[in-house]
Design a protein around this ligand. Structure first.
Ligand code: NAD
Length: 342
């Protein structure tokens, strides 16, 4: 059954590249979601990714209580393709024209492979764009807000596990010191967490030293004993296999698509490990962008919405405990209720 409202697939007239724009749902409001400019074996793989990612955006907005729907755009670059600046501009103009064809049903922001600077180029052709650089009136880099929302989720988890939201001395293990990970590491250090960090990029190690965090090999990080594990790198980290290695009480991080398959949530539950849905934990960036740019809230109101992730996670954990289910199931049920599908 087709689960999506609209799927546009076009070969860009300037770039010749396949552009897939998927609108999963506008049940709660106009759709929004990032532009992924990434290498795929073929355009159909890009289509599969756009379908999956756009439905995840619907869940993200519904769980966050935002009046927006899920969408995503994927430009499927053939393997090995490098875009020089003029070619990149051509792709972005092609994408902007596809967005304009939807007449406000969908607005685009950055995702893997794109940045606020790319949104500025798209914004030359369509107004349906967010996260442009601040000097062009946008909210710019979303990663500080994603880190802020993740911190809010960690407060909720700490309170649930230990009866205290204070992170002072709490053992936290952070995987990935990229855009979000670095901001989060600084926030956790400011709260005196007992922080261990890792990254496959050894150039990140000086940051660990600067913050007084413990640096750990990425190869063995999952088996390190810790209170809360925070995935902030790539997806697919949690599999039936890696689940056996874990020595943590909970997992809450911003990395998208952490579970290899949905069944892994059940495996974690049976091992007594709380897993907080990634689409709830990682929502801070898009909450800030959408509320400030599309819903015109001021910075304080928007920050309050990002910090409300703490309440959302608290409610999910309470529901899961009282109904003897997983936070994953509780999150799914919450989103479906808001979407009016249950
Ligand atoms: N940037 C945002 O606002 C935002 C919003 C929502 C979700 N996310 C998700 O959060 C995650 C991090 O995003 P980001 O913008 O910081 O990305 P990024 O590319 O800046 O950082 C990722 C970091 O992870 C490291 N890494 C990759 N594989 C690793 C591994 N196996 N072990 C350890 N480290 C590894 C990389 O070297 C890099 O430093 C991604 O999954 C992203 O989809 C980001």
């Amino acid at each position: 059954m087709l689960d999506h409202e609209q799927i546009l697939i076009r070969r860009g007239p300037r770039s010749g590249l396949p552009i897939v724009l998927a609108v999963h749902s506008t049940a709660l409001g106009p759709a929004a979601g990032g532009l992924r400019l990434w290498h795929y074996p073929g355009w159909r793989d890009g289509l599969t990714d756009a379908l999956r990612l756009s439905s995840a955006m619907t869940l993200k907005f519904a769980a966050a209580g935002l009046p927006s729907g899920g969408g995503k755009t994927v430009v499927a670059l053939p393997p090995g393709t490098e875009l020089d600046p003029p070619s990149r501009r051509d792709v972005l103009r092609d994408v902007a024209e596809v967005i304009n064809a939807l007449d406000g049903t969908y607005a685009v922001g950055p995702d893997v492979g794109t940045s606020p600077a790319d949104m500025a180029v798209i914004g030359e052709t369509t107004p349906h764009v967010f996260c442009k650089p601040p000097h062009l009136g946008g909210s710019g880099d979303s990663s500080p807000h994603t880190a802020q929302g993740t911190l809010a989720a960690l407060h909720a988890v700490s309170h649930h596990l230990y009866g205290d939201r204070d992170l002072d001395g709490r053992r936290m293990t952070l995987i990935g010191l990229g855009h979000v990970g670095e901001h989060l590491a600084r926030l956790l250090t400011a709260e005196n967490a007992d922080l261990t960090v890792t990254d496959i990029d050894p150039a990140k190690r000086p940051l660990a030293e600067e913050l007084g965090a413990t640096w750990h090999s990425s190869a063995t990080i999952l088996s390190k004993e810790t209170d809360i594990l925070i995935p902030a790198a790539l997806g697919g980290l949690l599999t039936a296999q890696t689940t056996h290695d874990l020595r943590c009480r909970a997992i809450a991080g911003p990395a998208n698509n952490q579970l290899d398959t949905p069944e892994v949530a059940g495996l974690l539950h049976r091992r007594g490990i709380l897993w907080i849905p990634d689409y709830v934990v990682s929502a801070g960036g898009v909450i800030n962008a959408i509320t400030t740019e599309l819903h015109h809230l001021d910075a304080t109101q928007s920050s309050t919405r990002v910090n409300a992730i703490e309440t959302i996670v608290t409610d999910l954990l309470t529901t899961a405990a009282t109904q003897d289910t997983t936070p994953a199931q509780a999150g799914h049920d919450l989103a479906q209720r808001r979407l009016g599908t249950t």
